[in-house]
Design a protein around this ligand. Sequence first.
Ligand code: NAP
Ligand code: FER
Length: 318
Amino acid sequence: MRSFDLRERDVPEPRYGELLVKVRYLSVDPYMRGRMDDADSYAEPWEVGAAMEGAIVGEVVESRSDAYDAGDLVTGNGTWANYSLLDADSVSPVDPSIADLPAYLGVLGMPGRTAYFGLLEVGEPDPGETVVVSGAAGAVGSVVGQIAKMNGCRVVGFAGSDEKVEWLTDDLGFDAGINYKRVDDYRGALDEAAPDGVDVYFDNVGGPITDAVFTKLNVDARVAVCGQIAHYNDEEVPTGPRKLPQLIAPRAKVQGLLVSDFATRFGKASEQLGTWVASGDLAHRESVVDGLENAPDAFLGLFSGDNIGKQVVRVSGR
Ligand code: NAP
Ligand code: FER
């Protein structure tokens, strides 16, 4: 059974206030899995047969807004297509002198802002504390770990390959990395990597990694529940208390987060992230799959860990 189809349509005409954008890169993101289910959620389910939507970076080819001209580079929410219509009001300019275009879908896009607000405002790390992040070599996790280091924390990351763990420890300054696909005893690995226990857990994945981290939480620990990708394809919701008893003695606080709750301050966060990227204080990496027709595979690769850093798809140009 095919879930994705490539269809030909006429290039749309922009109306007043709209931009016609030639898509250069599109983003594939774990949250898109949720929009493929019709369960109640913070995001509306996608209509079967409609074009996939998501963040894109591209070049304005026709503008019906005073704010942008043909030739400008912009990012915003578009469709998985060669050409996409965007509301001029909802796009942001892209400055290629700060970073290459794919970075605007990762560290300088929604994932970077999620890391920024999720760590600083939900995790609330203090200098000297230990921060553990799962999905550490992904778009959000790689930024979380680096901001935690800037805040004087000991940082431990879980990731799914030796290459990823090397990137975390050799290039991003993580104090330790655990390849959860090669280690069986996650709790034992944490005893070594986080000998003083865990003060902040930034959870991108859930499942057995989270079970293990819960056994290591210090008094007044904060758990920022950002994502649970290990469960997005579950057919049944896991039942039972799982590791909740482990929260009692540490009086740990577990809080879900949605990046959109911080929307009024996106501008400030993007400015700070841009400054760190431009100065080289915040490293970033993107995995690029070529061709619009390969976007579904790039999306599925998120669930097998094919990406290092942010996964994007190149649709046109360089
Ligand atoms: P990402 O980390 O770049 O890509 C997903 C990664 O998840 C993969 O590379 C893979 O890396 C890991 N993974 C997949 N299945 C796994 C499993 N069963 N167990 C452990 N790890 C698994 O994606 P992202 O965009 O940065 O998003 C990370 C998480 O944050 C996702 O859960 C996403 O839903 C969430 N998120 C939440 C918000 C919000 O506002 N709440 C916003 C953005 C993202 P490995 O090789 O390490 O397995
Ligand atoms: C948003 C809120 C949350 C959003 C994405 C998310 C694209 C991601 C959630 C997840 O991955 O669980 O406004 O915008």
